[in-house]
Design a protein around this ligand. Structure first.
Ligand code: HSE
Length: 445
């Protein structure tokens, strides 16, 4: 067989955003250009880039590229073959990507918010103009999880996935647990290191994780992107006391994104979760991310790596670029589909309300030291068919006026737990709100 002639003309990239990730992309392309060209079949060169402020300090050199403050100029430059969008946020990124697609230019983006909110419309535009939107870098930084689900697990019916998918949040929880450091101090450090979102409340309140979970679920189940249906709880209320009680029970608290297939729909939820400390996922610390995916044929598989940062995210952006270059000549109907299934097969699965999920619970109840308190709490739980798995009652310290009762329950329907908690909080011997966290045993994973 004779070798196919190679087209060695460089693929010319227009790069929108020269911040942490944009700078990382330029640096990795500069450093590994020859190897990347061997893989893509053609050299990849950034010829035109945009930045909000041309005088801002940068982590990368700008040699060999034109630079502008007007990103639309880059998109519309006829010499630009592929657009890489690393600005983030909905506006103006969405308009820039739309325009690039209308010009038939493939787009690579790390923009999870935009994909989670407007991905369906963008995919439709891409199909219409025979282009594509690649978004590996939008989920879990450098971990090739979209590719793993869309291609590596294509033979499986995916049953569930659970992931630590926000590096900043995991970094904060790890530092709180290991060093007892203050929340604000660790968050400032994550911002300095370039892990945190422009608006760090997205990290802390779970919005960033919900964006990523939306994308993971759509890819895993071949369903539309349903960001508005994700149940989201942040990590802002986690107290060191709960981290320590959880450890006494043999659990770690992690901020998990969970997507689970059920007969009546899909569970989509982001919340602090106790997981047994012996699970691999419980040992994912710092800015690292990990996603556990359960496929019916393969069983549990886990994907681990840096979930944020300049070069890890650049790694995912460049992998997408190589894919795009490889498929530039392929018939659009035979490219890997955006949501893993061919567009006509995307199935509109319902997302079940949070009150209908079944999980075990961690509860911390502050009570007055009176006879019969425990019996009344136990009765409320029994009346709601909630069975206690483990329980501790701690001594009162001198400066406290209440005793903490800490327990783990067996699995229960969330609606029943809400009812029980409301009744417990109404007892005259109980003080304040009951602290509650869901528990996932991740059995077999
Ligand atoms: N703020 C995100 C995180 C960046 O901390 O995981 C990567 O999406």
């Amino acid at each position: 067989m004779t070798a196919q002639p190679q087209n060695n003309t460089p693929v010319r990239i227009g790069l929108l955003g020269l911040g942490t990730v944009g700078g990382g992309v330029v640096n990795v392309l500069n450093r590994n250009g020859a190897e990347i060209a061997r893989r893509a079949g053609r050299p990849i060169e950034v010829i035109h880039a945009s930045a909000r402020n041309l005088d801002a300090p940068r982590i990368c050199p700008l040699e060999g590229m034109m630079v502008t403050t007007n990103p639309m100029e880059v998109v519309e430059n006829p010499d630009v073959d592929v657009v890489v969008e690393l600005i983030g946020g909905i506006k103006p990124a969405g308009d820039l990507i739309k325009r690039a697609l209308e010009l038939g230019k493939p787009v690579v983006t790390a923009n999870k918010a935009l994909i989670a909110h407007d991905g369906m419309a963008l995919f439709e535009t891409a199909q219409k103009y025979n282009a594509t939107v690649a978004f590996e870098a939008a989920v879990a930084g450098g971990i090739p999880i979209i590719k793993a689900i869309r291609e590596g697990l294509a033979g499986n019916r995916i049953e569930w996935l659970a992931g630590i998918i926000n590096g900043t949040g995991n970094y904060i929880l790890t530092a709180m647990r290991d060093d007892g450091r203050a929340f604000a101090e660790v968050l400032a450090e994550a911002q300095y290191l370039g892990y945190a979102e422009a608006d760090p409340t997205f990290d802390v309140e779970g919005v960033d994780a919900a964006h990523k979970l939306t994308i993971l679920a759509a890819t895993a189940f071949g369903m539309p992107l349903k960001f508005d249906d994700v149940y989201t709880e942040g990590i802002g209320d986690i107290e060191i006391a709960d981290v320590n009680y959880a450890r006494e029970f043999g659990y770690q608290i992690k901020h998990l994104g969970i997507a689970r297939r059920r007969d009546d729909g899909i569970e989509l939820r982001v919340h602090p979760t106790l997981i047994p400390e012996k699970r691999l996922l419980a040992n994912v610390d710092g800015v690292q991310n990990a996603i556990l995916v359960w496929g019916d044929a393969v069983g549990p598989t886990m994907y681990y790596g840096a979930g944020a940062g300049a070069e890890p995210t650049a790694s995912a952006v460049i992998a997408d670029l190589v894919d795009v270059v490889r498929t530039m000549t392929a018939d659009p109907m035979h490219r890997v589909p955006h949501l893993a299934v061919v567009p006509d097969e995307v199935a509109d699965l319902p997302v079940v309300p949070i009150e209908s999920i079944d999980t075990a619970y961690y509860l911390r109840i502050a009570v007055l030291d009176r006879p019969g308190v425990l019996a009344r709490i136990a009765k409320i739980l029994a009346d709601n068919d909630i069975s206690i798995e483990a329980m501790m009652q701690k001594e009162m310290t001198e400066d406290e006026r209440t005793l903490p009762i800490v327990m783990l329950t067996h699995k229960v329907r969330e609606r029943a737990m809400n009812r029980a908690i409301a009744n417990i909080e109404a007892l005259d011997t109980v003080r304040g709100s009951v602290v509650r966290m869901r528990v996932e045993t991740l059995k077999g994973a």
